[in-house]
Write a protein that binds this ligand. Structure first.
Ligand SMILES: [Zn+2]
Length: 378
């Protein structure tokens, strides 16, 4: 027996005060015969009455005036087709041999389940919350089936036989950031014999909040990597092989590298990925960004490219604005970067620092030096 039914019976007994009168009219047996109402289950359109009895012979019971029938179970009578939410008096007659018993019950059926009202709350572009309430019904008596179907992505989720009226639905991420998908939500609420269904839909689109979350996550990955590089820069390197260099690769861009890529018409992010076959995060220090600003109108395309949101800005807190020193200091402090530069002078300086790979344009693509496993290595 479900615990909820037990609670319902207790409610019935306390609210309606089952009045059990056992009349022992004509007892031919020597032992005391008892027939009493043991359990009453009230739903919205039916009432089930159970008896306990020590009757040694055939026992019969009936309820007068209503559509009540004995069920297949012994000592059980079920009245069906009742009006939800109404109170009725029941006279239960039972017989054991030639002894008759009667019991009066005053029972109120539960209200109808009502119609499920559906509401949505978008959590992010891959999840939303469905809330459903059976309006005008008895919520504690209602069971829900919820089906969510994506209109054009084949997504389907079914939640069955739940008492919870809030569901969090997670859907697959969208193929492109600008795409959207409509999800059709069907909620069915039912109790013993009544089923009501409502349908509603929700459209999910990539939100600004998603982009914000994605950026925050990238920042966390970056910080984690910086934290994992030991301050003592020697011991995590074996010869000049730097163990901290694992994807995603953080590539510090030099101003002239941006400018060259721009005139060679190489997309920096794509070019780096083609060279390293791994996720790359191009980085630009504040000093390099300031240098690009200073270079004037001739470098305005490079300046525009440097503001690409895929390029991560590395804030500078040091004195001076000389970009080359800025890069050297940064890679000496945290040996987790690759440096992309066309400046032969800067490359010579960097080669003296172990464990810092170099990237520069060669022909119409980039080449890498000092990253042994890189596919683009020369
Ligand atoms: Zn700097």
């Amino acid at each position: 027996m479900k615990p909820i039914y037990l609670i319902l019976i207790l409610i019935c007994v306390s609210v309606y005060g089952i009045d059990i009168n056992v009349g022992n009219n004509n007892n031919n047996y020597k032992e005391v015969i008892e027939i009493q109402v043991d359990r009453v289950q009230v739903l919205s359109t039916s009432v089930t009455i159970n008896f306990t009895s020590n009757c040694p012979t055939f026992m019969q019971a009936s309820v007068w005036g209503y559509t009540c029938q004995p069920t297949k179970r012994i000592n059980e009578i079920q009245c069906t087709g009742l009006e939800p939410g109404t109170t009725q008096a029941y006279l239960v007659l039972s017989q054991c041999g030639s002894s008759f018993f009667n019991t009066f019950l005053n029972l109120k059926t539960f209200p109808a389940v009502g119609n499920p009202a559906i509401s949505f709350k978008v959590l992010d572009s891959t999840s939303f919350q469905v809330s459903h309430r059976a309006i005008g019904g008895a919520p504690y008596q209602s069971t829900y089936n919820v089906t969510v179907r994506g209109e054009n992505n084949g997504f389907e989720k079914k939640i069955e036989n739940t008492y919870s009226s809030d569901q969090v639905i997670r859907v697959p991420p969208k193929s492109s950031p600008s795409s959207s998908c409509t999800y059709i939500v069907t909620v069915t609420v039912y109790n013993d014999y009544i089923t009501n269904t409502s349908v509603d839909s929700i459209k999910l689109q990539q939100t600004n909040r998603d982009k914000q979350l994605a950026r925050e996550k990238e920042k966390q990955v970056f910080q984690k990597k910086i934290d994992s590089v030991p301050d003592d820069t020697a011991h995590h390197m074996f010869f000049s092989y730097n163990e901290a260099l694992v994807p995603p690769y953080y590539v510090i861009l030099d101003t002239n590298f941006i400018n060259f890529s721009c005139s060679l018409k190489i997309d920096i992010v794509e070019g780096l990925m083609d060279c390293l076959y791994a996720k790359c995060i191009p980085c630009l220090t504040d000093c390099c960004a300031a240098e690009l600003e200073r270079l004037g109108p001739k470098f305005r395309v490079a300046l525009k490219i440097s503001k690409d949101p895929r390029i991560q800005r590395l804030p500078c807190f040091h004195k001076g604005t000389y970009a080359d020193d800025c890069i050297i200091n940064r890679i000496t402090m945290h040996r987790m970067y690759l440096v992309a530069t066309c400046d032969a002078d800067l490359r010579r300086r960097i080669r003296k620092i172990p464990g810092v790979p170099l990237i520069y344009p060669k022909g119409k693509r980039y080449t890498i030096e000092r990253l042994p496993d890189a596919p683009g290595a020369k």
